[in-house]
Design a protein around this ligand. Structure first.
Ligand SMILES: [Zn+2]
Length: 270
């Protein structure tokens, strides 16, 4: 079945993974800027990383017939150093016109610290000033509920951010309700042993419906599975979902959200 992988860190993955995605029906992958598994020592590290996301990874994906898009930011794990974070943010505006950049992300909070919140607010202002979509990373485990609430508050406090142009990713059972109730999109991350399992994700779809929701593998350099979305399709089929509902979750919804960026051009057909 044709689908979109809306959150994957392909710079960490092998060409075998691209081949698997292509065989499974993936037509586009979207790659938010994130932590590399280590702290970069200067803004130059981000300059190279942004080039990798904007210039090199699309070519790798294209050789498997897959469109590649990206999001730019400094992630919350490296945002404690305000001077470095501001140097990186200053790199972003001139890159927003690059033809595969969809917006600002994945921004958010990690430990819910004061400095992380400051940089989150500066990213939100940047997105607003340049009319960019926003992709939000929410914290893990014990920090998730508070971090999600703080993030939604910061987005609403800005005053000119439209919630339908923001996706809050890595939602779980205790955060999905507040995200959808406040008008934002929700992303469910299917991880083998943290975040959200496939059965739990499909349970949430049964409970909350299939509007303004997408699913992703968030595959990266850690424990993760690039085939998570096709596996979720199998789970939905097992539960008797019809093809139209599955197609909406894994293809039409991500395309609808990202089509709010003029840079998204992947046709999904009918
Ligand atoms: Zn991510």
């Amino acid at each position: 079945m044709k689908y979109i992988e809306p959150h994957a860190h392909m710079v960490s993955r092998t060409t075998d993974d691209y081949e698997k995605l292509a065989f499974a029906g993936c037509i586009a992958v979207c790659e938010p800027a994130f932590w590399a598994g280590f702290d970069r020592s200067s803004a130059d590290g981000f300059r190279d990383y942004f080039d990798q996301l904007m210039l090199h990874e699309p070519r790798r994906a294209a050789s498997y017939g897959i469109d590649h898009y990206c999001w730019l930011c400094i992630n919350p794990k490296e945002a404690e150093d305000l001077a470095l974070a501001r140097e990186v943010i200053a790199l972003i505006p001139e890159r927003l016109t690059s033809p595969t950049v969809l917006g600002i992300g994945e921004i958010g909070l990690n430990k819910n610290s004061r400095n992380e919140l400051t940089i989150l607010e500066e990213h939100i202002a940047l997105a607003a000033a340049h009319e960019q979509l926003i992709l939000v990373h929410t914290p893990h485990l014990e920090d998730k509920y508070k971090g999600t609430a703080l993030t939604l508050d910061a987005l609403e406090a800005h005053g000119s951010i439209r919630p339908e142009r923001v996706i809050i990713d890595h939602v779980e059972e205790h955060t999905i309700g507040m995200v959808l109730d406040r008008g934002f999109w929700a992303g469910m991350t299917l991880y083998p042993d943290s975040k959200c399992s496939i059965p739990r994700a499909v349970d949430m779809l049964d409970r909350y419906g299939i509007d303004r929701i997408w699913m992703n593998s968030a595959c990266d350099w850690g424990v993760s599975n690039p085939m998570a979305v096709p596996r979720a399709v199998l789970e939905m089929k097992r539960r008797g979902w019809d093809a139209g509902r599955i197609r909406k979750v894994v293809l039409e919804n991500p395309a609808a959200f990202m089509s709010q960026s003029r840079h998204f051009h992947t046709g999904i057909g009918t």
